[in-house]
Design a protein around this ligand. Structure first.
Ligand SMILES: Nc1nc2c(c(=O)[nH]1)N(C=O)[C@@H](CNc1ccc(C(=O)N[C@@H](CCC(=O)O)C(=O)O)cc1)CN2
Ligand SMILES: Nc1nc2c(ncn2[C@@H]2O[C@H](COP(=O)(O)OP(=O)(O)OP(=O)(O)O)[C@@H](O)[C@H]2O)c(=O)[nH]1
Length: 453
């Protein structure tokens, strides 16, 4: 294990705003490192005690008054990072936190890089890499299901599972080593079948965990529900009504700009990701055509499609138009039901965005379709892999196990050569957990963190 000290800048005392920037009641500025206490002292904190909140008249090292603040000191190693940590709670807003940050730098601290506090926690052995990612997942969670999963990972749920799998690899390596040492003992204590069985069940366990990735994606992003139909069918109104109907948390997806409007409804048993698409029809208009191409792409991925139309004819036309473009469950929806009572006997759920009629029934129908389409029903309490890094690491270990089994069963390779695959599998799992700390793995993980975390 490398320690923070062996890294460039690892001895520095780092500082960052730990709370979101902008107007707020309180802001927290966090210092971590050997000089944290000295720096706090330079800002006017004279009598700090570990794990006590102390009120301090903060001032710049040059004597300028800064704020009436509260300071907490977490003495190393009993802190988030494992270093001495000092937290300065100031009044929030735009000016005070910036001035206090600048004063910390003037007193000798260095502004932290993204994720550097958590990186130190990993380097100081306070948490492993998977737990560090869980910290980021917890902050980024947009659904309560993802929140539960991140919390369980932070508590070491996934790490323990990965460590157990790695132990199984080591166990298998030991069996092989025994076999290599005593090859002539034909009916020695280790039958070749025992090695084969152990390798197969390990391969299966790796594959099972790897295959939880799509389930976790559903918990993270929601089940994709596409609203399709001809122009003016009332799709956007339905989208808004569905999202407004439930009082659950609604969060627009930030980040990548998409050519369709989407929002996640945080709903049990599964979060739903609604997409409002451009109307489906053949068109010469270039811009509209592009929009329709986007709809087609979403349709191809959709788990549930609401086939909308304000008349029986429109519903039928929509169903026909999407039939070859989606493999999701299609729910016919008769929109604007308040305008046309004659639809009651026709196809589709009667729904009105205007009056709210049928919305609840539609949501339940979507829930049922979502559950039916989910890749096994994930529950947020299962151990799952939530990141591509996890999936790729498990896939690499899994493939090595397959290679090992091939070599072992064919008997073509000598055992020591076959064992190389087990070594590679173990390395993949070690990388995943962060047992061997390769700098580039750390760089990749922490690049995505926000500053102050
Ligand atoms: N004020 C504050 N709140 C926070 C954090 C923080 O750093 N500061 N956290 C961070 O982002 C999270 C909590 N995580 C933490 C993890 C470990 C320790 C800590 O001091 N651990 C010591 C002592 C354990 C104990 O006495 O229970 C240790 O593990 O030895 C503190 C916070 C969320 N809330
Ligand atoms: N009476 C009534 N009018 C509705 C209802 N839903 C939508 N409308 C009206 O129908 C018109 C079209 O609604 P939109 O929601 O914009 O339809 P759209 O399918 O998204 O249209 P495009 O974006 O062109 O594809 C608007 O004037 C809405 O006010 C409804 O449930 N009842």
């Amino acid at each position: 294990m490398v320690t923070a000290r062996q890294l460039p800048g690892g001895d520095d005392t780092i500082v960052a705003l730990a709370t979101a920037a902008g107007r707020g009641a309180i802001a927290v500025i966090r210092l971590s490192g050997a000089r944290a206490i000295d720096i706090a002292r330079a800002l006017g904190a004279s009598a700090l005690q570990p794990r006590h909140a102390t009120r301090v008249a903060l001032q710049h090292p040059n004597g300028d008054p800064l704020d009436d603040a509260v300071i907490t000191w977490y003495a190393a190693p009993r802190s988030y990072t494992g270093d001495d940590v000092v937290e300065i709670s100031t009044h929030g807003g735009h000016v005070v936190p910036a001035l206090v940050l600048a004063a910390c730098v003037a007193a000798g601290a260095r502004p932290a890089t993204p994720g550097e506090f958590t990186r130190r926690a990993v380097l100081n052995g306070r948490m492993d890499l998977v737990q560090a990612e869980a910290v980021a997942d917890l902050i980024d969670a947009r659904t309560t299901a993802m929140h539960r999963q991140a919390l369980s990972q932070l508590d070491g749920g996934l790490s323990r599972r990965l460590l157990a799998l790695r132990d199984d690899v080591i166990h298998l390596e030991a069996l092989i080593a025994y076999d290599i040492d005593f090859p002539e003992e034909d009916d020695g204590p280790i039958a070749p079948a025992r090695i084969k069985n152990a390798a197969e069940s390990l391969r299966d366990a790796l594959r099972a965990l790897m295959h939880t990735a799509p389930q976790a994606a559903v918990l993270r992003d929601g089940v994709l529900v596409v609203i399709a139909g001809p122009p003016n069918a009332g799709k956007s109104s339905l989208f808004n009504a569905l999202l407004g109907e439930s009082r659950a948390l609604v969060t627009p997806i930030a980040g990548t700009t998409r050519d369709a409007i989407e929002a996640v409804l945080d709903r049990a048993p599964l979060p739903l990701r609604f997409v409002d698409t451009a109307g489906l029809r053949d068109t010469a208009d270039e811009i509209e055509r592009l929009g329709i191409e986007v709809s087609t792409r979403y349709l191809a991925q959709a788990q549930v499609v609401l086939a909308c139309g304000a008349s029986a004819g429109d519903i039928a036309a929509t169903c026909e138009a999407i039939a070859t473009r989606t493999s999701g469950t299609v729910i016919p929806v008769h929109t604007k039901a308040d305008l046309d009572a004659s639809g009651a006997d026709g196809p589709g759920l009667q729904v009105s965005a205007e009056t709210g009629q049928g919305l609840r029934a539609l949501l339940y129908a979507i829930d049922r379709a979502a559950v039916a389409n989910a890749v096994g029903l994930p529950t947020s309490d299962d151990v799952m892999v939530t990141r591509e890094r996890h999936r790729a690491g498990l896939a690499a270990a899994h493939d090595e196990l397959c290679e090992f089994l091939l070599a072992w069963e064919s008997g073509a390779l000598p055992a020591p050569v076959a064992a190389v695959h087990l070594y590679a599998a173990r390395e993949s799992l070690s990388d995943l957990i962060g047992i061997v700390d390769t700098e580039d793995v750390l760089d990749r993980v922490f690049r995505e963190f926000c500053i102050g975390k």
